[in-house]
Design a protein around this ligand. Structure first.
Ligand code: ARG
Length: 362
């Protein structure tokens, strides 16, 4: 029961590429400083490559007897190379290793999220260009307030997602730090060449305080926060579009591929995709609560509690990537029902503000 309770392999296997790339850089550095011979380094790097292929091709045997991805890779390495395999972990701890893996993973994922957001921004602009003359009611308190265009409305969300993109850039700067060399908490007496590893793995800076490095999860909080903000914006847009697509409003018609029918009522077209974006937002906000609560009151330095940082992060990242793509398809595919929007404008007293302003200026 303890093995099962303790294992993180069920989710941290996702870090295998980063774990192996990090280990290859570490092996090369150990060779540079004379801890490994050139031949030993070759053996290790080649075996690590083979392990990566095994995992990618689904030929690797995972077991909860080995706690995490780091132990799995190391155990297999020793199985393949014998005594040499045991030298790889010299000057390294899983505490700096796991932080490295998470940072490398996030670097890649944040680029992907940014790309998705950029696509959505372009889609919103393209849609807004088509809807410059589509007038509709703008709402405050959910009451018809003033006349706007559908383009104006869509670009409001453009600016939200543009801010999100800026936020992600800030997160990327925080992530871009090499923790390796911090060891378990106190660094190492071996003269590790951190600068070499930094350049090899493409980090901008090396961390400066080893005790901070192994316990720091600020970058994960920031990444989840950025993801949660994107979800909040997507959720608000979803709510708007769900309302606008009702028979009562009828302002938009959603793409069929993103809706479902009912098992009982043949006339129904349900906006499931948008409801699920709205629903999943609660779980991503929950991820933010999880990571905050995890860190509160955690003594320095590494504590095993920190293993619990991964599932909230993976969940938040996976969800936001999917949700951004779904929303992009939705905006691309939705039909603006211009006559319905116009009728809503002309049926109301909304132009009263403009008339009052006209008279005031007069
Ligand atoms: N599975 C652990 C985690 O994800 C790896 C680090 C373990 N370190 C340790 N000192 N037990 O956090």
């Amino acid at each position: 029961m303890m093995e099962r309770f303790s294992a993180s392999i069920g989710f941290d296997w996702m870090l295998y590429e980063q774990d192996i790339e990090g280990s290859k850089a570490h092996a090369e550095m150990l060779c540079r400083i004379g801890v490994l011979s050139a031949n030993e380094k070759e053996v290790l790097v080649n075996a690590l490559e083979d392990i990566k292929t095994e995992i990618r091709d689904g030929e690797f045997a995972f077991s909860s007897a080995l706690e995490d991805i780091h132990m799995h890779v190391e155990a297999r390495l020793i199985e393949m190379t014998g005594e040499v395999g045991k030298k790889l972990h010299t000057g390294r701890s899983r505490n700096d290793q796991v932080s490295l893996d998470m940072r490398m993973f996030l670097k890649r994922e944040l680029i992907e999220i940014s790309e998705g957001l950029r696509t959505l921004l372009m889609t919103l602009i393209a849609r807004a260009e088509q809807e410059q003359r589509t007038i509709m009611p703008g709402y405050t308190h959910m009451q018809r307030a003033q006349v706007v265009t559908f383009a104006h409305y869509l670009l409001a969300y453009y600016y939200m997602f543009k801010r999100d993109l800026g936020r992600i850039k800030t997160v990327q700067e925080g992530v871009d730090v090499l923790p390796l060399g911090s060891g378990a908490l106190a660094g190492s007496t071996i003269p590790l060449d951190r600068e070499f590893v930094r350049a090899k793995l493409g980090f901008s800076r090396v961390s400066e305080n080893s005790m901070d490095s192994v316990s720091d999860r600020d970058f994960i909080v920031e990444a989840i926060f950025a993801a949660a903000m994107v979800m909040i914006h997507l959720s608000r847009l979803s709510e708007d579009l769900i309302i606008f697509s009702t028979e009562e409003f009828g302002f938009v018609s959603l793409p069929d591929a993103l809706c479902t029918g009912s098992s009982l009522m043949p006339h129904k077209k349900n906006p499931d995709s948008l409801e699920l974006i709205r629903g999943n937002t609660s779980r991503v906000v929950g991820d933010l609560f999880s990571i905050f609560t995890l860190l509160k009151g955690l003594p320095l330095t590494y504590d095993r509690d920190l293993q619990e940082d991964k599932e909230p992060l993976f969940h938040a990242i996976g969800t936001v990537k999917d949700a951004v793509s779904i929303m992009d398809l939705c905006i691309k595919g939705l039909t603006a029902r211009k006559e319905r929007m116009e009728t809503a404008v002309y049926e109301s007293f909304m132009p009263a503000v403009e008339m009052a302003e006209y008279l005031t200026v007069k």
